[in-house]
Every structure is written in structure tokens, then in C-alpha cells.
Design a protein around this ligand. Sequence first.
Ligand SMILES: Nc1ncnc2c1ncn2[C@@H]1O[C@H](COP(=O)(O)OP(=O)(O)OP(=O)(O)O)[C@@H](O)[C@H]1O
Length: 333
Amino acid sequence: MSKPHHPPRQPDAEEALIRAALTPEINHRVRSARIISRRAVIVAEAGDLSGSARAALEADITAALTPLAEFDEVRVALTGERRRRRLIAVGSGKGGVGKSTLTTNLAVALARMGRSVGVIDGDIYGPSQPKLLATEGQKPMVEGDKLVPLESRHGVKVLSMGHIVAPGKALAWRGPMTGKALSQLVDAEWGETDLLLVDLPPGTGDVQLSMLSAHRPDGAILVSTPQDLALIDAARAGQLFEQGEVPIIGLVENMAGYCCPECGHISDPFGSGGVEKFAAALEIPFLGRVPLTLETRIAGDKGEPPAASDGDAAAPFVAIAAKLARWLDTGTV
Ligand SMILES: Nc1ncnc2c1ncn2[C@@H]1O[C@H](COP(=O)(O)OP(=O)(O)OP(=O)(O)O)[C@@H](O)[C@H]1O
């Protein structure tokens, strides 16, 4: 007895038939289209769409295909909503103003608020995050061609040039090399991490420029101490972000006044309120002030960020982190 004859399947013809009934906009999203047992099965890319736009896409595909006689049923599978990881740069015009300390403490405070946060130490010439997040001497693993961020003990993932390059070795790097190094950190295997805080080197050099061109941040926080010179440099750093069309979330005043560890009295060797006035003049939101405290300095050196505990030194960081969280959720501080 001869075998029953099955006509060869014609996936291309099936796909062409289905695509002919869809608009170009929808076809652009269709990844596969098949007819299986008189059922049309369409897989469409919808990772960038919100809930209502996804529902509309599904309804449009179903409505366009239902009249066709070649199948009895239409099934639409949409690809999952893609997580959009946000990148926030923390920058300053001048070195040593506490940008790294602020980055670490904001990350830890946000993690304690339930956010999934990673820190990238973009300070290629003087990395400080390995120390601040107590991961000194650790080496990230590599999966495929991607680095796997280190898990700090404070619930924040971290990757720093200090984890992958011997101290001092990056000093001679310029332009393209620094850009490539930064890309390795940003494009690492961050997994479920929703938010990356990037601790930028001070100033407006190569790393900042490659950050703006290759990994444009969603927003930037500027840090300054109250001295005039630091403020002028901060304004310059702000201009760089503005030119790169990166929204400036706000300005933080660090080492605002000295908090005496004996009596808690705050004295202001550099005056007070200058940064806030400066922010107002530049029409940049003022995010808050962090006093100079011995606790913050010692905690930083020990890899125990104040924001990891509930002491007095944590409060200013927590308040600024809450503003950043609001900005992330609503677009305003
Ligand atoms: N509010 C603060 N109170 C006390 N010490 C602080 C405070 N902020 C920062 N420091 C200390 O000041 C020093 C410089 O801080 P940090 O490394 O965060 O600055 P930076 O702007 O990132 O510097 P760099 O230019 O080296 O990247 C560190 O020793 C840090 O512990």
C-alpha cells in the first residue's frame, strides 16, 4: 500500500499570506507567522509597548486576520515587556567633593527602599567603589563575553575599573580605551538590576564624553562642595550634560558644614546656603545638603556606607535618595 500523500508544508507561503493581510507597522513587529492545524499563530515583538498598546496590537492582528478563510482561529503571542534599565550619572566638576561617597550611599539607600540597584565606577583613573562597597581585591567572573557584577554586602551590585585593572595601569589610557572600558562595565550582565548609578570621574573628559555618546544617561546628579571654585566647575559639568541633552535631576551640596562628633553642633567654615542659591540661579533643583562628618569619612574607609545603617549620618543620604526615587517614578523631584 502506498504511503498517504502529505503535501509539503509551505511556511513561506503561509507567512506571506498572513503578512499580506497586515499593515506595514504591524508587519514590522511580526517575528513569525504560521498556520498550524487551521490555526494562525503569530508571534509579535511588543517588548517596548505599554499594557494598553499591547492589547491594541493583539486586537488589530486578530481583526485583520479573522476574515481569512485559510484558518479557523487566530492566536497572537506577544514578546514580554522588556525591562528598561535606567542609568543615572553622578558627576562633579572637581575631584574630592564626595561624588563617590554620594553614589554609594544613594545606591545603598535605594536598595533599602526595595529598588534593585547597581553601581558603576566610571572613575577609571581613581576608582573608589571597591573600597566604598567593600569589594576590594575581588574579581568579577566573565559569562560569554560579559562581566558579571560583584554582589556587595550592602545589597548593591558593583563593577569598577578597580576590579579589572591593576592599580595605576589605566593612568596612561586615553580616549577610545577609556570609552571601551566604560562600555564593558555598562554592558555587563546586570540581570534584573533596574537602576544603575554611574560614579563618573571629575571634570569633563573622555569618560564623560563616551558616556554621553554611547550610553546616554537618563539623568544626572551634580555634586559640589560650597566653595565658589567647586561650584563654577559643577556648572561646567552641568553644561556638558545639558549639551548632551541629559536632564539634570539636581545639585547636591556635600561637606556642607562640619558636624562636631562631640556635641552635634554644625559649623559652616565655607558659609551656608551658597549651593542652594547657586542651584536656584541655574534653575537646577537643589536636592539637599550632606554635612561633613567624621562618621561618613570613617565609614567610607571601612566599606560600611552610613546609608547601610540608621545612624544620624544616614539621614541626608536617605532624603536625597527619596528625591531621586520620586524623580525616577514621576519625572520631578
Ligand atoms: N560628607 C562627608 N563627610 C566626611 N567625609 C566625606 C564626606 N563626603 C566625602 N568625604 C570624604 O572625602 C573624601 C573624598 O570623597 P569621595 O572619594 O567620595 O570624593 P570624589 O568626589 O568621588 O573624589 P574623586 O575625585 O577622587 O573621585 C573621602 O575620604 C570621603 O570619605
